[in-house]
Design a protein around this ligand. Sequence first.
Ligand SMILES: [Zn+2]
Length: 296
Amino acid sequence: MTNGQTIVDRKRSNGDHSHDIKILMYHRIVDDKNLSHRYPQVCVHVRDFRHHLALLERWGFTAITFEDYQLCLEGELNLPKKPVILTFDDGYVDTFQHAVPLLQEFGTRAVFFVLGNQQISTNIWDEKIGLPRASLINEKQILELHGAGFEIGSHSMTHAVLPALSREQAWEEILRSRALLEILLNAPVKSFAFPYGLADTMTKKLVKDAGYSIGCATYAGRPRFGTDPFDIHRIVVPGTSDTLGFALRVLAPFEYYSWLRWKTKLLLFAHRNGKRNGQLLANEIIEAADIAKEQE
Ligand SMILES: [Zn+2]
């Protein structure tokens, strides 16, 4: 195959199944400068977000979804020359209001990770770490997103710390959220984002066994897309990302740097607390993640 050979095919013929696809992680897109200034890790101002989309366009990136990526692997689609995947966690109303019109204006595809439990209408899990309360989108808005062509992935039932749960509880969070979202959308849900980006061997296996084909972490995995589809590393785009900050994340191998820094912090944190890495309690992992994020 010569003319029609895709990037995927060529990679396969080299025996290499990995692809250098940057996965960007956003949470809230807000129109309040105070929020983006005070909580840059979760709030990006809408003007800055527009700037990010304009930069991606200027640099020649094409946004795809995980579903698109699967189709590329199956030979149904050609992988674009410079693919990028934009992900939005938790399903915030302000993201729905501010990001979606811009994504549509730029023709940018994206993935939204939402909870399976639609009774949870705000980010109650963030209260203990001092983040402001924010509303989550409802079933109608999730359907609207899906109808507009965005991919909907699961973010568990209740935003639980999965590695801290029993196998049965974790299974419930992972499988039930998929089932409920599939009933709502009347379509398959194939991607999963680990709450807090926290995944261990058991939770990754449960996500795979539950029928997902993609599992997204934050810092948990080796920063290489495609080597383990259940350990996909994402890059946090904070509200403080100016052109240079965004360029570093998108154009440079920033994920290696952030992953190494994350691992180092985790080990130091464990050392300070007199525990080995594998014995970190869930709360301590969250605290360590929080410290790492604050210092991003
Ligand atoms: Zn989340």
